[in-house]
Design a binder for this molecule. Structure first.
Ligand SMILES: Cc1cc2nc3c(=O)[nH]c(=O)nc-3n(C[C@H](O)[C@H](O)[C@H](O)COP(=O)(O)OP(=O)(O)OC[C@H]3O[C@@H](n4cnc5c(N)ncnc54)[C@H](O)[C@@H]3O)c2cc1C
Ligand code: FES
Length: 245
C-alpha cells in the first residue's frame, strides 16, 4: 500500500496532552468506516527510522478527516509539533470496522484513547437506536463528550474506572449491543461483566506494518492467532482468549 504525503489542514491543542489533526482527502474520506485507522507519521520523521503510528478515525465531514491524538512519545510528539500546511505521511484506512445495527439498545464504553473510534461510530449509528455512552480516563483531561464520565483521580465525573457501574446499568436496562475500545485490562473486565448482549471490542496492540504483513500484532482467539491490524481491530468479544492476553 502506498502512503500519501498530505498537508495538515488544521492542528488544534484540545487538552493539555491531546491534539486534533484534520486532513482533507477525497479518496481517503470516501473509504472510512467506524473502527478504521490510519498509519501516520510527521513528514519530518521521513528522515529517520521512526515508525508510522496507528491512529483511529475520529470524524469524517465531507472530505475532512479528523484524528484525536494523545501525545505520549516521540511519534505523537512529532505530530503535535506540526503546524497547518506542514506535511504528514499517511496510509489507510486500515482494519475492519464496527458492524452498524438498528433499532437497538446500545452501550458504548471507551477508555483513554479508545474514545475517537467510538465517537465516530456514534455519529454513524442512526436515530432508530437508543445509545448510552460511557467514557473513562485517568483525569479530566482524558474525558470527551459522553453521557457518563469516569476519572481515576476523581477530577471529573464519577471517581473510578469506567467499568465501575456497568453491572448496575446492565441490571437496570437490557442492552442488545455493547461496543468498546480502550486498554486491554478494561476490555477484559468488560468481557467478564457483559454476558447477554452482543459485544464488539476494538483491540489495542503494538503495530509495525499495520497491514497484516509482519505478524507483530497478533492476539489469541478461538480460531488461532489473529492480526489486530488486519483481521481486526474489531473482534467479537467471545472469540478472544482473554486469559491468554
Ligand atoms: C488500532 C489503533 C488505533 C489507535 N488510535 C489512536 C487514536 O485515535 N488516538 C491516540 O492518541 N492513540 C491511538 N492509538 C495509540 C497510538 O498508536 C500510540 O499512542 C502511539 O503509537 C504512540 O507512539 P509514540 O511514538 O508517541 O510513543 P511510543 O514511544 O511508541 O510509546 C509511548 C508509550 O506508550 C505505550 N504504547 C505505545 N503504543 C501502544 C499501543 N498500541 N498499546 C499500548 N501501549 C502503547 C508504550 O509502551 C510507551 O510506554 C491507537 C493504537 C492502535 C493499535
Ligand atoms: S502490525 Fe504488522 S501484521 Fe499487524
Amino acid at each position: 500500500m502506498q502512503y500519501k504525503i498530505l498537508p495538515v489542514e488544521k492542528v488544534e491543542k484540545i487538552r493539555t496532552n491531546y491534539i486534533q489533526i484534520t486532513i482533507n482527502d477525497e479518496e481517503f474520506a470516501s473509504q472510512c468506516s467506524p473502527g478504521n485507522f490510519f498509519q501516520i507519521k510527521a513528514f519530518i520523521d521521513s528522515q529517520n527510522r521512526r515508525l508510522f503510528k496507528p491512529i483511529s478515525v475520529f470524524q469524517v465531514e465531507g472530505y475532512h478527516i479528523s484524528f484525536i491524538i494523545k501525545v505520549i512519545g516521540p511519534g505523537t510528539r512529532a505530530l503535535a509539533s506540526l503546524e497547518s500546511g506542514e506535511k504528514l505521511m499517511i496510509y489507510g484506512p486500515l482494519g475492519n470496522s464496527f458492524p452498524l445495527v438498528q433499532d437497538s439498545n446500545i452501550l458504548l464504553v471507551s477508555g483513554g484513547t479508545g474514545y475517537p473510534p467510538l465517537a465516530y461510530l456514534k455519529s454513524k449509528l442512526d436515530s432508530s437506536n437508543n445509545i448510552l455512552f460511557l467514557d473513562g480516563g485517568a483525569s479530566k483531561d482524558d474525558i470527551f463528550p459522553c453521557d457518563y464520565a469516569y476519572t481515576i483521580d476523581g477530577s471529573f465525573g464519577i471517581q473510578g474506572m469506567v467499568t465501575k457501574d456497568i453491572a448496575e446499568f446492565l441490571k437496570k436496562e437490557s442492552f442488545d449491543c455493547v461496543y468498546s475500545c480502550g486498554p486491554i485490562s478494561m476490555l477484559k473486565t468488560l468481557a467478564q461483566i457483559v454476558s447477554q448482549a452482543k459485544q464488539y471490542v476494538s483491540m489495542e496492540a503494538y503495530m509495525a506494518c499495520g497491514m497484516g504483513v509482519c505478524y507483530g500484532c497478533v492476539i489469541p482467539t478461538i480460531d488461532g492467532y489473529k492480526r489486530v491490524c488486519y483481521d481486526g481491530p474489531v473482534f467479537e468479544a467471545e472469540t478472544i482468549l482473554w486469559a491468554e492476553l
